[in-house]
Design a protein around this ligand. Sequence first.
Ligand code: PEP
Length: 259
Amino acid sequence: MRKPLIAGNWKMHKTLGEATEYVLGFRDAVADVVVVDVLLCVPAPLCSPIAKLLKDSNVRLGAQNLYWEPKGAFTGEISGPMLESVGCNYVIVGHSERRHIFGETDEMVNRKLRAALDAYLTPVFCIGEKIEEREAGETDNVLTRQITEGLKGFSADEIAKMVIAYEPVWAIGTGVTATPNQANDAHRVVRELVKAQAGEAVAEALRILYGGSVKPDNIVELMREAEIDGALVGGASLSVESFVKIVTYYETEATETPQ
Ligand code: PEP
C-alpha cells in the first residue's frame, strides 16, 4: 500500500506575514492527520522561517526549484545543500511553469533531480503533456520522453527515493481537471515506464501524484483511482480552509453513504 501524499505548491504567493498566519492555522488544523503525508512547497525566502514554524509538526517542507550545482558563481540561484540546510525535505523539479516559462529542458530536469538526491531532498518530479500534444494523441510519447530523459542514469534505489507528479499542462491553473480516468490512465503509463527502468517493486511503491486544478470538490473522486497516490495542489492550497479539506479528503469519503 502506498501512503498518499498531499502537497501544496504556493507558487509565487505570500509574504512572510501572510505565510506565518497561514502556517500557524494549517499546522494545527492537520495536526491529527496520520493517514496521508502532508507537504507545503513554499517560495525560497520563506523556507527558513516556515521550517521553524513546522518543526515538530507532521507537515513536511519543500521548495519549488533548485539549481543543479551545489555552489558557485551562479547569481540568483539556490542550491540543494542550501535548501536542506534551512530545513527543506522535498523540492519540486521540472514543474510545467519552470519548463514552459523559464525554458527548462528534460536534460536540465535530469540534472536537478540528481542535485536534489545529492542534497538528501526528495524530488517531486513533474511531468505532463500540453493540450496540443494530447489532442494529437501524443500524451504517452511525451510522458515516455519526459520520464526516460528525466530519469536517465538513475538506479532503481535512487528512483525509489523520488515522487512523480503527473500534471497535464492544460489542467494547471485553468480550472479544467483531467477526469479521474484520464489521470489514472496516464499514471499507469508512468508506472509501467518506471517498472521498465527500476523493476516492479520500485514501480509499485512509487507515489505518483496528480496535479491540475485539484479542489475540495474533486479530490475524493480522483483519490478513488487505484493509480493516484496523492495530489500536487496549486491554487487551492493558498487558503487554509480549502487545503485542509483536500488533505482530509478521506473524511468526506468516510461520511458518504454507499450507493
Ligand atoms: C501546480 O501548481 O502544480 C498546480 C497543479 O496548480 P493548480 O492546482 O492551480 O492547477
